[in-house]
Write a protein that binds this ligand. Structure first.
Ligand SMILES: [Mg+2]
Length: 204
C-alpha cells in the first residue's frame, strides 16, 4: 500500500491510500476501493464555506488557507499511471461490480517520495462512458482557475495538450483503451487500504 499525496504551495492538499497492483518502469497500477477513507481540503473555520465543491476548491487554492477533512471514496477504481505523463486513467466500477466507465484525471506527473508519490490534481477531467464516448468535466472551473492566475499559462497549456493527446488515444483505441480493463477484478483478499503513519509529511 502507498499514499498518493497532493501538494499545493508547499502544503498538503489531499492524501489517500492505494493498494499497489503493479509497479514497473512503464506503468503503475493502483487500486482504491469504495469506502477508502481519505483526506481532502475543506474551508477553514474562519472563512465562509462557498457551499459547492468547485467554489470551495477554487477559494482554497486562491487563499491557500485550507484545512484537511475526512472523506470516503465512493467509486472503486483502478488507476493506470505512466511516468512523466500529466494524467492518470481510472477504470471504475459500481458497488455491484458492473463497469461504471473510465475517467481521465489531469494531474502533475508523479514524483515518488517516502510514503508513495505526489501528483497534484489539475482540476480538468474527461469522463468516458463504457462505450468510450467522452465529455469534459470541470472545464469551466479549470478556465476560471487559469483566468484567476492560480494555474499559470504554461501549466494550463500543458494540461490542455495532454487532455487532447489522451482523447486522441481514446478515439484511436490506443493503450490503455485497447485492452479489456473493465474485466479486471481485484483480489478478494485485499482489505480496505488506510492511511499509514507519515501520510501527512510533505517532502521539500
Ligand atoms: Mg481531477
Amino acid at each position: 500500500m502507498i499514499v498518493h499525496q497532493e501538494v499545493w504551495a508547499g502544503r498538503l492538499w489531499a492524501a489517500r491510500p492505494l493498494i499497489v497492483v503493479e509497479d514497473s518502469e512503464e506503468r503503475s497500477l493502483l487500486w482504491i476501493p469504495q469506502g477508502t477513507r481519505r483526506k481532502v481540503p475543506i474551508t477553514p473555520p474562519h472563512r465562509l464555506d462557498p457551499g459547492d465543491v468547485h467554489s470551495r476548491t477554487i477559494e482554497n487554492l486562491h487563499h491557500r488557507d485550507w484545512v484537511l477533512g475526512d472523506h470516503t471514496w465512493d467509486v472503486s477504481s483502478l488507476w493506470i499511471l505512466t511516468p512523466d505523463r500529466w494524467h492518470s486513467t481510472w477504470v471504475s466500477w459500481r458497488a455491484d461490480g458492473s463497469h461504471l466507465g473510465w475517467y481521465i484525471n489531469l494531474q502533475r506527473p508523479m514524483r515518488r517520495n517516502v510514503v508513495g508519490f505526489e501528483a497534484m490534481d489539475l482540476m480538468l477531467d474527461v469522463v468516458v462512458d463504457p462505450d468510450l464516448s467522452w465529455r469534459w468535466k470541470d472545464r469551466e472551473e479549470f478556465d476560471e482557475i487559469v483566468r484567476r492566475g492560480i494555474f499559470d499559462r504554461e501549466v494550463a497549456d500543458q494540461v490542455m495538450s495532454e487532455a487532447l493527446a489522451v482523447i486522441d488515444d481514446l478515439e484511436g483505441r490506443h493503450p490503455p483503451f485497447d485492452a479489456d480493463w473493465p474485466s479486471w477484478r481485484p483480489d478478494a483478499e485485499w482489505a480496505l487500504p488506510s492511511l499509514p503513519d507519515g501520510w501527512n509529511v510533505v517532502d521539500d
